[in-house]
Each structure stands twice: as C-alpha cells, then as structure tokens.
Design a protein around this ligand. Structure first.
Ligand SMILES: Nc1ncnc2c1ncn2[C@@H]1O[C@H](COP(=O)(O)OP(=O)(O)OP(=O)(O)O)[C@@H](O)[C@H]1O
Ligand SMILES: [Mg+2]
Length: 367
C-alpha cells in the first residue's frame, strides 16, 4: 500500500478495487496525475471495510461480479472501470452494482484524473466529514440523548452538523432537541430519495438552527426507511456537512446497517448494570461486523457497583467514556431543552471531549 504522507488526519482516500495488475498500474498513474494517494483492495473481502467511507471507489471490471456476489452495499461515487474491450457488457453489471459511471480506458483518463483531483488536498474533500453512529445497549440506555448531545456540541464548536434519526420507533429525534414545532422536512417526505441528494438542497429543506440540521422521524404513520435513502443522505452529508451523528435503532434494519457501515466510529451506550451488559452483548454481536471502530460509553448510576472498565471488558470493546448520573438532564429534556445545550455537566463534558478528539474542534465555553 502506498505511504499516506501529507494526508490530514481525517481525510479519506479513494479506494481502488482490482486484482488486475495492468489496470492497477494505469489507475495508480492517473491518481498520481490527480495528486492523490489511494487505498488498494484486490477483492471484495479486502474492500468491505473501506467501501462506504471512501470518498470515491473505482471498481475494476475484474472485481465487479465478485463484489456483486459479496453483496457490497450500494453507494454513491462508484465508478466501474476497465480498458476498452474489457467492459462489455459493462453497463449491465454497472447497473446491478449501482455504479454511477462506466469509465473505459484510455478514453476516460482525463475524466478520471479530475475525479481523483476532487479527492485531493485542493478538492472539496467529501471524505473529511466525520460520521458518528450511536446505539443503545438496551432500551432507554441513553443513546438518543448522547446522539443529540454530540450534535449540539459539534454545532456549538462551529461545525456544520447533521443529526440523523435512524430509529423509526424512537418517537422523533426532533423532540429530543425540543424542535418538534420547527418547520422543515422529516423522513416521510424524503424516503423515495434513492438517487443522489443535493446536499445544500437537503440541508435547506430540513429543520435547522444555526449550524445544526436535523433529519428526524415525525409522529405520523410508521414507514420503513429504504437503505438507499440513508445511503443518499450520508452521501449528501459528506459533501455538505462537517460532522454527522446518526442515532441508530438497536434492531438494525438495512438503513441502519448502511449508516453503520458509513460511520467512522460508533458508540454503544450501556447502563452500568449486569442485565444491561448482557443485553448489550447481543446488540454488539449484531453491530460489530458492520463497524470499523466500535467502543463503549458506560452510563451511571451503578446500583451493583459494576465498574465501567468491567462492562467494556465483558463486551470485548474499548471504553470511550463514562457518564455520571445527571438528574437535571431528564428534567431539562421534559422542558424542551436540548441535551448539552448549556455546555455544562457530565454529558456536555463527554460530548466536548469526543468532538474535540474526532475533529479537533472545541465548543465555545468548553473547558
Ligand atoms: N446522560 C443522561 N443523564 C441522565 N439521564 C439520561 C441520560 N441519558 C438518558 N437519560 C434518561 O434516559 C431516558 C432514555 O434516554 P434515551 O432516549 O437517550 O435512550 P435510548 O437508548 O435512545 O432509548 P431507546 O431504546 O428508546 O432508543 C431519557 O429520557 C432520560 O430520562
Ligand atoms: Mg433512542
């Protein structure tokens, strides 16, 4: 793999998926002409963990059918590429795997150099955005409150933030912020969003305050969320936002899996109790295969004096943080106050640390 010099910490690299040495040589030459480094995968197994986070995927025609068979998820900015003569019937495979373009070499070389250049230091860098997913180890664990707190904190730090409600049974994340009266679209108006969503248009259409935009469920009829709608939203967010937080259901549906696969890191919130830890082990078993980086946040109180490190050890995951009991938080939520909005208290402090660790951004008023 080429060295990753001069890559800012959160910049993601384009992914090349091919086992064809000649095609790889061509693509590496074009990437160099576009001024970017790339990541390489010879087959779908090697590609899987980087498939959704990559800002651009070039799929060699030799690996198109293997990727289709391996059921790699649909994603935007996917280009099927091959040398002339290799690609028939390229369009059929391209359609099945959801490629946006078929690039035939050598004719498409200048076009590909431009695509690579868009991912470079001078480009609009759709890979720089941090996508964070939160899920609860058991019902009522505090996942939605943490998701809300992270989004509020990121916006306070000046990051253009999107909070995505991926839990159809959650009652609407706009309520967590006290935003239920705010105008703007909710999921039901966007669920046929299977194509590319225009990021600025999406952001303009959603309820917002300052730098925080929310894509929430409403209190209307229950609908299933198509994975494509989530994929299109994540792609739009990559181009239009700095920080994205997704609140996931514990029972992962296709849309939740899509979000989890796109996330740079995921947190499972677990109350410091024995039964909650046992329940969380089930949740972790279903979520972990889809995550590149999953860690635990343990929430007090601990009635049986279970320690956070013990919970994390039992789950076999790193401990990302702890939350002390904060009785005033639940009272504030009932009054329609957004979590962590005042920038004080255990939740706000944890959110500030996480946002600063992930992005380097510090909220106004943060210690
Ligand atoms: N950090 C916290 N401090 C104090 N209370 C909290 C905290 N987080 C959550 N709570 C309390 O727990 C309740 C449930 O929290 P939340 O809705 O975030 O859980 P969840 O894991 O998203 O649950 P669900 O299973 O419904 O998705 C809140 O309404 C609040 O009363
Ligand atoms: Mg929830």
């Amino acid at each position: 793999m080429p060295p990753r010099t001069s890559v800012p910490p959160h910049r993601r690299l384009p992914l090349l998926v091919t086992a064809d040495g000649d095609l790889l040589d061509d693509l590496l030459r074009l990437a160099a002409a576009g001024g970017v480094e790339v990541e390489l995968a010879a087959d779908p197994a090697a590609a899987r963990s980087r498939w959704l986070p990559a800002p651009l995927v070039l799929l060699g025609c030799d690996q198109a059918e293997p990727c289709l068979r391996a059921r790699l998820p649909r994603r935007a900015r996917l280009v099927l590429v091959g040398r002339s003569g290799q690609l028939d019937p390229g369009w059929e495979v391209a359609q099945l795997i959801g490629a946006e373009h078929v690039a035939t070499l050598p004719a498409a070389e200048p076009w590909l150099v431009d695509r690579f250049a868009e991912c470079g230091p001078e480009g609009d860098d759709p890979g720089a955005v941090r996508i964070t997913a939160v899920l609860g180890g058991r019902g009522g664990a505090g996942a939605s409150i943490l998701a809300g707190g992270l989004a509020v904190t990121a916006a306070r730090a000046g990051l253009r933030t999107l909070l995505v409600d991926a839990d159809p049974l959650g009652g609407g994340l706009d309520l967590v912020l006290g935003w239920e009266q705010l105008d703007g679209l909710r999921w039901p108006a966007l669920t046929d969003a299977d194509g590319r969503v225009d990021a600025p248009a999406l952001v303009r259409a959603l309820p917002s305050r300052g730098d925080l935009v929310v894509l929430s469920w409403d209190r209307g009829e229950l609908l299933a969320l198509p994975a494509q709608a989530m994929a299109a939203t994540v792609d739009a967010a990559r181009r239009g936002r700095d920080f994205v937080v997704v609140d996931l259901p514990r029972q992962l549906d296709d849309a939740a899996v899509t979000a989890l696969q796109a996330a740079d890191q995921a947190y499972v919130v677990v109350p410091a109790e024995l039964r909650a830890t046992a329940a969380a082990a089930r949740v972790v078993a279903t979520a972990a295969p889809h995550c590149t980086d999953l860690s635990v946040i343990v929430r007090g109180p601990a009635p049986g004096r279970l320690r956070a490190a013990e919970v994390a050890r039992a789950l076999g995951l790193p401990l990302a943080g702890t939350l002390r009991p904060e009785p005033g938080l639940a009272r504030g939520l009932e009054r329609g106050e957004a979590p962590a909005a005042a920038g004080r208290g255990p939740l706000a402090a944890l959110c500030q640390r996480i946002v600063a660790d992930l992005t380097g951004a510090t909220a106004a008023g943060a210690a």
